[in-house]
Ligand binder design. Structure first.
Ligand SMILES: [Zn+2]
Ligand SMILES: [Zn+2]
Length: 275
């Protein structure tokens, strides 16, 4: 990636990336099953695998896009719970109204406006995320971004630019790249959306193994920094791999709003289903 002059720019493929596209056989094998494909395709996935991926069907939370538990889905929104919930942003012009919401979104107000995901976090999708995050399968991310683009285009959020959920410098050193950033920039290339530099992770946080929303939220408090000069007055789309409780997206949204962002939307490759 060439170093851009401005902090908001549309990413382009580097010359090296273009050369790698030509020579690497990986790019002509399915990112899910590894079988060879006759031609490269925009999603890097063979026909059979594309049919088997766990797409999100049915009821989702109207706020965070979480697939709702079938038995318990479609709960009415409880305004009293919302009023007592912590974190309600006083200037939030779009508080959630009646409809179906997940437990997390019913329990506490969110700093983000809405979020959506391409897949349920299970099966092959879980494997893909793991491989592209920790393994040597970085090349899969631009194809995964194709699915993100499709999910986004179903009903595009009106945004001025895109950011990735950042990782700490320590994690970046260990892994060599931030998978969310590769996803986000690939999405920008596909949709010709500007990418915004200026969101960083300033605090090392414990690995988010705990499943409790409050624990996760406390763990993330003050973990991010956003530059006012980049985000003031902007509508921002935040990209990440998975939405679990929504606490990461929420903390990022809070940080962006503090820096003057007027709208914050989320887009993730996968979303952990409500049990
Ligand atoms: Zn396949
Ligand atoms: Zn939700």
């Amino acid at each position: 990636m060439r170093k851009p002059k401005s902090k908001i720019y549309i990413p382009v493929k580097s010359r090296l990336d273009k050369v790698l596209d030509e020579i690497f056989v990986d790019r002509y094998t399915c990112i899910v099953c590894g079988r060879e494909m006759p031609d490269p395709n925009r999603l890097g996935t063979c026909e059979a695998c594309r049919k088997l991926l766990p797409y999100i069907h049915g009821g989702v939370c109207l706020k965070c896009g979480k697939p709702l538990a079938a038995a318990e889905g479609a709960k009415e929104w409880d305004r009293e719970v919302f009023a007592e919930g912590e974190g309600l942003f006083p200037t939030d012009p779009d508080p959630v109204s009646y409809g179906s919401y997940c437990i997390g979104c019913r329990r506490a107000a969110r700093y983000f406006d809405r979020a959506r995901s391409a897949f349920c976090y299970r099966d092959k999708v879980q494997t893909l995320i793991h491989q592209s995050k920790f393994g040597q399968a970085r090349y899969k991310l631009p194809y995964m971004a194709g699915y993100l683009a499709d999910a986004y285009l179903e009903e595009p959020f009106p945004v001025d630019g895109v950011v990735a959920v950042p990782v700490s410098r320590k994690i970046l050193r260990e892994r060599g790249y931030n998978h969310a950033e590769v996803l986000a920039k690939s999405l920008c290339m596909r949709l010709q959306l500007p990418y915004m530099e200026g969101l960083t992770k300033i605090k090392e946080t414990a690995q988010q193994a705990m499943s409790d929303y409050k624990d996760r939220r406390d763990n993330l408090k003050g973990a991010f920094h956003a530059e006012k000069a980049v985000f003031k007055g902007k509508r921002v789309l935040v990209v990440d791999d998975v939405l679990t409780t929504g606490s990461t997206l929420d903390e990022v949204a809070k940080t962006l709003r503090k820096a003057g962002a007027v709208k914050v939307y989320g887009l993730t490759f996968a979303n952990v289903e409500e049990k």
